[in-house]
Design a protein around this ligand. Structure first.
Ligand SMILES: Cc1ncc(COP(=O)(O)O)c(C=O)c1O
Length: 472
C-alpha cells in the first residue's frame, strides 16, 4: 500500500484499531500488488465494484493458455473438438454447483449472457395467469422491475412492498401480510435482492422459506450479493437465482447464469423455441420437442469460449476465500461510513447524507450518498462524478437502475414521479432529473461508492481526501 503522508499513516493506525479484523485480510494487499498492479501503476481508484468486479492477471493467463493450447468447436456438434468444449462446459456447471453448495439433484444451471438474461428467462416463462401475484420490493434492479410487464400482460396482480427509511430495509410485517394473500391454485412469484445495488442493504434470506411455506416461488437476485458473500444453497433454497459472473471476478463478461431448482424450472413454459433448445422440430408439420432441463433454456450457442473462464474465476475466489473478501470489504466500508458522517462544513452542515444503514450490520460494500454545500443545498451528483473522475476515482452516479429504492431514499412520492413523467412524451434520464428538480429541488440521483475484492485502505483514503476538497 502506497501511503505517502504522515496523515495517511496516522489514519491507517486509527482504522486498524477500530477494525482489527482487517489485519487478517492483508493477503489481499499482496494479491493486489502481484495480480492487480495495473491499478496502482495507473493510479486508479476503482470504487464501482457493484457495477463490475476486477480480474486478476492470473485469470487472464490461465484462460488464454487454455484457449491457446486447445481446439474448441461448437458444442452442438458431435466431434472431438465439440466434445472438448462440452467437457469444459460440464465441468464449469459442476464448479458453479460446488461453489454455491447446490446439490446437482436439486439445482440446474442455465447459462445466460448476464443476470438480466437469467431474470428475463424467468419473467417470460413463469406461468403467470389471472389470479397470480407478482410480489416485489421497492428495492430492486430494473431487470426485476421489468418482469412486472410479463406478469401484467398475463393478468397477474403486481404488488410492491416498500422499504423503510432511513435504513431502507423491507417492512417485515407488511411483506408477511402479503404472503398470506394468495390463491394457492395460482402461480405466485416473490422477487427481491439478497443485497441492494442501491443501498448495500442485505435483505433477510429467511424470507425465502417464509414465502415458500405459504406457496410462493422465490426469485432471489444475487447479482450484487455474490461477489463478497457466500450464498449457501444447501442452507437456502430459492427457486431462481440470477447471477452475472463479471460482477464476482471481473472476467469474463458476457456470461451469467440462472441457478434454478429443478422443480421450479419444470414449471416454466418457454414462449418459443430456438436452435439448441430442442431435440427435434419440423417445418411442414410445425412441431417441435423441447430438450430436457437446462438445455431447453439455453438459446442458440452458449458463450463457450468464455464459460471455462468462469471455473477459473471461481477457483480464484476460492483460493482467496470469500470470507476474507467479505471481512475486508466490511472493515473498509465501516471506516468509509465513519469518516463520511464526520465530515462537516465550517457552517456545521454535514457534507453528505447516506442512504441506508450507517453501520456494517447486514449490509454490503455499496455506500450511496448525496453531497451538500455549506448551506445544506444539494450538489448535483453528475458534477461529483466529473470531479471524482479528475482525481482518477471511478464512482457510479444516477439511480443505478434501482429507481424504487431511490424514490424512497429521496422522499419522492408517486405524485412527484408521475408529474415528472408527464412533462415530456419520451424523456432522457437528464430530462427526468430536471423535471424533478423543478419540484422543490427534489432529486432522483445519488453517488454510489462500492468496494470489492481488492479495495485497499489507500483507495478509501484517496476518496476521503477528494470528499474533503468539497468542504468549505
Ligand atoms: C442487484 C442487481 N441485479 C441485477 C443486475 C443486472 O446485472 P446485468 O446488468 O449484469 O444483467 C445488477 C447489475 O448491476 C444488479 O446489481
Amino acid at each position: 500500500m502506497n501511503l505517502s503522508s504522515n496523515q495517511a499513516e496516522a489514519a491507517l493506525a486509527i482504522f486498524r484499531q477500530a477494525y482489527p479484523a482487517f489485519d487478517d485480510t492483508r493477503s489481499l494487499d499482496d494479491l493486489r500488488a502481484a495480480e492487480f498492479s495495473r491499478l496502482d501503476e495507473q493510479s486508479q481508484v476503482y470504487l464501482d465494484y457493484t457495477g463490475g468486479g476486477l480480474y486478476a492477471d492470473s485469470q487472464l493467463r490461465e484462460h488464454m493458455d487454455l484457449l491457446r493450447n486447445g481446439v474448441f468447436g461448437n458444442p452442438h456438434s458431435d466431434n472431438p473438438t465439440s466434445e472438448a468444449t462440452t467437457l469444459l462446459i460440464d465441468s464449469t456447471r459442476e464448479a458453479i454447483l460446488r461453489y454455491f453448495n447446490a446439490s446437482p439433484n436439486e439445482y440446474d444451471i442455465v447459462f445466460t449472457p448476464n443476470a438480466t438474461g437469467a431474470i428475463k428467462l424467468v419473467g417470460e416463462s413463469y406461468p403467470f395467469n389471472p389470479g397470480s401475484r407478482y410480489l416485489l420490493t421497492f428495492d430492486n434492479h430494473n431487470s426485476i422491475n421489468g418482469v412486472r410487464e410479463f406478469a401484467r400482460g398475463r393478468g397477474a396482480e403486481v404488488t410492491y412492498v416498500p422499504v423503510v427509511p432511513p435504513e431502507l430495509r423491507i417492512d417485515a410485517a407488511r411483506i408477511d401480510a402479503e404472503f398470506d394473500q394468495i390463491d394457492p391454485d395460482a402461480n405466485n412469484l416473490l422477487a427481491y435482492p439478497a443485497q441492494s445495488n442501491f443501498s448495500g442493504v442485505q435483505h433477510s434470506l429467511e424470507l425465502i422459506e417464509q414465502a415458500q411455506s405459504k406457496g410462493w416461488d422465490v426469485l432471489l437476485d444475487a447479482a450484487a450479493f455474490a461477489p463478497t458473500n457466500k450464498l449457501d444453497l444447501s442452507r437456502w433454497h430459492p427457486d431462481f437465482v440470477p447471477l452475472s459472473f463479471y460482477k464476482m471476478f471481473g472476467h469474463p463478461t458476457g456470461v451469467g447464469c440462472l441457478l434454478a431448482r429443478k422443480t421450479a424450472l419444470a414449471k416454466l413454459v418457454r414462449p418459443w423455441f430456438a436452435g439448441g433448445t430442442i431435440t427435434v422440430s419440423t417445418v411442414q408439420a410445425e412441431r417441435f420437442q423441447l430438450a430436457d432441463e437446462e438445455t431447453a433454456f439455453e438459446d442458440g450457442t452458449v458463450n463457450y469460449l468464455n464459460i471455462p473462464a468462469v471455473e477459473i474465476g471461481l477457483r480464484h475466489i476460492e483460493g482467496i476465500g470469500v470470507a476474507t473478501i467479505h471481512e475486508r470489504v466490511a472493515s473498509l466500508t465501516g471506516w468509509l461510513i465513519d469518516c463520511l458522517v464526520s465530515l462537516r462544513h465550517g457552517s456545521g452542515e454535514p457534507l453528505v447524507r447516506i442512504y441506508g444503514p450507517t453501520d456494517t450490520e447486514a449490509r454490503g460494500g455499496a455506500v450511496t450518498v448525496n453531497f451538500y454545500d455549506a448551506n445544506g443545498k444539494l450538489i448535483d451528483h453528475r458534477g461529483i462524478e466529473k470531479l471524482a473522475g479528475e482525481h482518477n476515482i471511478s464512482l457510479r452516479t444516477g439511480c443505478f437502475c434501482n429507481p424504487g429504492a431511490g424514490e424512497v431514499a429521496h422522499g419522492l412520492t408517486e405524485d412527484d414521479v408521475a408529474k415528472a413523467f408527464a412533462s415530456s412524451e419520451r424523456m432522457t434520464y437528464d430530462q427526468f432529473l430536471n423535471a424533478l428538480e423543478q419540484q422543490d429541488g427534489k432529486s432522483a440521483g445519488a453517488v454510489r461508492i462500492s468496494l470489492g475484492m481488492v479495495t485497499n485502505f489507500s483507495d478509501i483514503h484517496r476518496f476521503l481526501q477528494f470528499a474533503r476538497t468539497l468542504l468549505s
